[in-house]
Design a protein around this ligand. Structure first.
Ligand code: NAD
Length: 712
């Protein structure tokens, strides 16, 4: 009946039409503009056919449909809210056509049905899935709502509360749960799926199943009475409390679904399309879609490097401390047997017991078995000697952050391994070229900078020294990816990318403190802005000793910008014995109260020290605090791009998001400048010129203002 590049429609002898989704030369089906066109054409062909008894919708790929084509969103989301709503309305039209067919329809869902894929499945009268299928609506993670009828049909089918559970979490639901909630009519083994779907359709054709009742259930509104109003108000209250107002999609979804439950089906669809247009034309959706595309870009880059990587069969880590222990665990967890060497037996014992406690947590969450734990621990071999090092393909050095110690350890290990072994350092700040001076094979040396805690933080900065070979970078990127991490390749400089841009932010913080601005207020303002923690709290978490140490490296590296006229406040706090969370005293005091509850409270000791050092008091607005904190970080990120420390705006922004917890909905430092507009950003920078050289525009941004260019 119809044959396109993605959609075919055939009519069997028994009068069943089969609509098969199978995008040519692609591994998955996505509902892109082309597939939508073909679906429209196939439905038009179906409409002209008189002798059809029923329709089966299925996929010939390993998954049903993965959703809309997110690469099309960048252009689409540049349209007005009204135009985007109209775009959503067109697809509503297609799915409504399926739902109005004068015979029963069945969707056979294999593998995955996400977003638009689930909405297509919901347009059918019956849904049958295989046991491995996952169904869901990830739209909220992109700052939008389902826009092709998902909020309306799912909420009428399974109830507003269950539908909100799916849509607000953005997480896929397993087939069994979906069936239990009423989103699926049947779940069968994968090899039974098509036969069962055809049998189900035959039963409906024979009148043994009431397809019109099923259809009606997806469309029927709740009665508009006091009981419904109370139930919806209750949902708004209980679920609303848990939502982060900085991410507008979730509150909008909650408001729309609860308001539309009593509305006519088509009115509810129009409400959904309108909210979709409003969200999609907003800045958060643009940022979050940008982030998704950035992530795809990083995955492609990793794959490109991995093609020339050498396999890492066995590896070693030097140092079993916070970082070495974490690196050993993470590699073993992902299948690489590890030697873990330290000079101290206690450190080795601690490293292993730390790995054990992370695994115990996984066991308690049902994600790991005892046997799995034992196998992973058996893959970590603690040692005080270099025995076995001749057989490792890769060594990560994670000993104390001291140039002399690192140089000695690196030179020593180079003699214990084979000529082909790559040696990397996990230093957070020391120049790779400086450390390479102690090595015979600097081409086989690079930085592999993990973040703390290693098991939780996604980013690994892979740092290329001036003599590092491409092979070394490729193998390091692939090794990091094999540990489940996201590697970003950067060039060598003090602090590399992430710490180089973090310390200007802390310098901005220091200057605000010196101007008499309260640290707790700064924390509140920056947390409100979107950071997971404000700068004072973050300094405590990092540790004030580590902070001062790294700050000195950055100060030496970039004295013209990062040098201090006066001793930084954190140095004074450190001199007075404040280490941050590690000894319970930093900007805040940390401990456990008499009821066993952990507390974090403002440190009066710090207040006294500050009052002795700071004599000024400045009237400042929250907006000015944000500007003074963000400008040095954004400018330094732009400098890293201009100096080719990082190759692209995409990688720079992803480094900040994954390594520093930069607010995701803001998309990264360079996206932040783009969103403000270079001219507005430049004007802001100029108003803070008296704050010093960290507040001077870069040549690149001056050029962007002149040419109207953007980072993205
Ligand atoms: P740590 O003090 O917890 O651990 C260092 C370990 O190295 C100790 O167990 C020590 O016994 C061992 N060690 C010292 N000399 C050694 C030698 N010659 N051979 C083998 N082991 C030796 O330190 P850490 O926090 O794990 O930091 C390690 C490295 O990682 C540093 O370069 C640090 O800058 C970097 N780093 C730390 C963090 C962090 O947040 N802690 C984050 C990123 C990178």
């Amino acid at each position: 009946m119809y044959a396109g590049q993605s959609v075919t429609l055939t009519l069997t002898d028994s009068g069943i039409a089969e609509l098969v989704l199978d995008t040519h030369e692609a591994s998955v089906n996505v509902l892109n503009a082309h597939l939508q066109d073909e679906l429209g054409q196939a439905l038009a062909a179906l409409g002209t056919q008189a002798n059809v008894q029923g329709l089966l919708i299925r996929s010939a790929k390993p998954a049903f449909v993965l959703g809309a084509d997110i690469t099309e969103f960048t252009e689409l989301f540049g349209l007005s809210a009204a135009d985007i709503s109209r775009w959503a309305g067109k697809v509503h039209g297609l799915f409504n056509t399926i739902e109005k067919l004068p015979y029963p329809t069945v969707a056979a869902v294999n593998g995955m049905a996400l977003g638009g894929g689930m909405e297509l499945a919901l347009s059918a009268d019956f849904r049958i899935a295989d046991t491995s299928a996952r169904l869901g609506f990830p739209e909220v993670t992109l700052g939008i709502c389902p826009g092709w009828g998902g909020t309306v049909r799912l909420s009428r089918l399974v109830g507003a509360e269950a539908a909100l559970g799916w849509i607000l979490s953005g997480k896929p639901v397993k087939a069994a749960q979906a069936q239990q909630q009423g989103a699926l009519d049947s779940v069968v083994d994968g090899d039974q799926l098509l036969d069962s779907a055809r049998a189900l359709l035959q039963e409906a054709i024979a009148g043994e199943r009431d397809y019109l009742a099923n259809r009606h259930r997806k469309q029927e509104a709740l009665e508009n009475n006091a009981e419904t109003a109370a139930a919806m108000a209750n949902l708004q209250q209980t679920l609303g409390k848990k939502l982060d107002p900085r991410y507008p999609a979730a509150p909008a979804i909650l408001a729309t679904i609860t308001a539309a439950m009593t509305e006519d089906f088509y009115k509810a669809q129009a409400m959904e399309a309108q909210v979709f247009g409003e969200l999609a034309s907003g800045v958060e959706a643009k940022n979050l879609v940008g982030l998704f595309l950035n992530d795809q870009y990083l995955k492609r880059e990793t794959k490109r490097w991995a093609k020339q990587a050498h396999p890492v069969g066995r590896a070693a880590v030097l140092g079993a401390g916070i970082m070495g222990g974490g690196i050993g665990y993470q590699a073993a967890l992902n299948g690489t047997p590890m030697l873990m060497k330290d000079i101290n037996q206690e450190a080795l014992d601690l490293g292993i017991s730390h790995a054990g406690s992370i695994l115990d947590r996984s066991i308690s969450k049902g994600r790991m078995t005892e046997a799995g734990k034992e196998a992973i621990l058996a893959a970590i071999h603690p040692t005080l000697t270099y025995e076995g090092f001749t057989d490792v393909d890769y060594v990560v050095e994670a000993v104390v952050e001291r140039v002399d110690v690192k140089r000695a350890v690196l030179a020593e290990v180079e003699h214990k391994v084979s000529e082909n072994t790559i040696v990397a350092t996990n230093t957070s700040t020391i120049s790779i070229d400086l450390l390479a001076e102690s090595l015979q094979r600097p081409d086989k040396f690079c930085g592999m900078h993990f973040f703390n805690p290693v098991h939780a933080m996604k980013l690994v900065e892979v740092i290329r020294g001036s003599q590092t070979s491409d092979d070394t970078i490729a193998t390091t990127v692939a090794f990091a990816a094999s540990m489940g991490k996201t590697p970003i390749v950067v060039n060598d400089c003090p602090g590399f990318l992430v710490n180089r841009v973090l310390f200007p932010y802390f310098n901005g913080f220091n200057r605000l403190l010196m101007d008499g601005v309260d640290f707790e207020r700064i924390d509140q303002v920056m947390e409100q802005f979107g950071w997971p923690m404000g700068p004072a709290y973050l300094a405590d978490v990092i540790g004030l000793d580590t902070m001062v140490h790294a700050d000195k490296v950055l100060e030496d590296g970039f004295p013209e910008r990062m040098g201090h006229d006066d001793r930084p406040i954190i140095e004074t706090l450190l001199e007075q014995g404040a280490l941050g969370q590690k000894n319970g005293v930093g900007f805040y005091e940390y401990g456990t109260d008499e009821h066993g509850k952990r507390y974090k409270r403002r440190s009066e000791k710090v207040a006294t020290i500050l009052s002795q050092r700071v004599t000024r008091s400045t009237e400042i607005t929250d907006a000015e605090i944000i500007e003074r904190m963000m400008i040095p970080m954004c400018l330094e990120t732009a400098r890293c791009l201009e100096e080719s420390i990082v190759a692209s705006a995409t990688e720079a922004d992803m480094g900040l998001i994954l390594g520093l917890g930069f607010p995701r909905f803001r998309g990264g430092a360079l996206r932040y400048i783009d969103n403000l507009g270079a001219a507005v950003f430049a004007a802001q920078v100029e108003t803070h010129a008296e704050c010093g050289p960290l507040y001077e525009l870069t040549d690149g941004i001056k050029a962007m203002v002149a040419n109207g260019n953007t980072f993205y």
